[in-house]
Write a protein that binds this ligand. Sequence first.
Ligand code: SAM
Length: 328
Amino acid sequence: MADITPDPIMRIAMGFMAAKHLFVASEIGVFEDLASGPATLDELAAKSEIPRRTLGISADAMVSLGLLEREGDRYRNSGVAAAFLAGTPGSGLRPAIRLLDRICYPTWMKLEDAVRRGEGERHFGRFTEEEQQLFSAGVEAITAGMAASLAENYDFGRHRRVLDVGGGTGSFLIAALRCYPTLQATLFELPGACAVARRRLATEREGTRVAVVEGDFFKDPLPDGHDAIIVANTAHVLSVANNMGLLKNIRSHAAVGARLLLVDWWMDATRTQPPAAAIMSGEFLLMSGEGQTYSEDEADGWLTETGWRKIERRQLAGPGSVIIADAV
Ligand SMILES: C[S@@+](CC[C@H](N)C(=O)[O-])C[C@H]1O[C@@H](n2cnc3c(N)ncnc32)[C@H](O)[C@@H]1O
């Protein structure tokens, strides 16, 4: 008993404070202001026009969490902050931090209600234009590692046309098209997400090879004529019944032999690993009203019942993996 302390519980219970400190430090530009080199609190306060005392509270919290380092009176970004938070082009986590702060954080106030009721509120299709931009850009930042590693680890060279269902900004397609110059693509998304995707695709050379089709996959027909279909991080926004419905719908628009790439935070059979997937389950429930993180076993069952034959599951970057299946 003497060895047992309340510390692990308090660390978890106070976790939201660490997260909020990070959101604020990122938003007031602490990491960006240190991108060009170390600075004192006075220099940072002058640059950001934030009162020195409260900027110090924020900066010292970041030192305690390992995102800043301090030598004497000078602060500098730690390696990980320099790589992902300081504005390095193409590697930014700041859109993810902004999504977590502005949309997810307030939504988590409703977790108890959702757990008690057995469902949350649906947000998809109901975002304002500003929220949709924040959401789509944030999700792209969170799933960037999965998108890059799918393009690197899966041979799209065997396909001609790839469809991404619930494809967000088109980031998975951009990554694949970059590696495969003759591949053509279609993005299927809700209208609000399509508006963000069109702006995003216009900034990429590969964007000219992506047709953007607006629709709701439960109400509108999916585009035909694709020999590979990506469904990334969309199973977790749907209930089991709706996942089965979506897989059946996709199967009815795919020829025998068409390839399905189901990317998600697939968990092991205990539904506790990887740990990040178990934590994110709450986020998926809250954002969609009906979703959660699922296990690979569960997905295997859906595939068998909806006309697909599983080939394998491959690990992608971070907690993501892809279940590969063929239409039978
Ligand atoms: C978590 S995001 C994943 C985005 C992208 N695939 C990725 O991995 O980065 C889930 C996406 O599914 C889309 N979605 C949800 N319900 C949909 C529906 N009924 N029809 C079409 N798209 C839908 C949302 O708009 C959202 O962009």
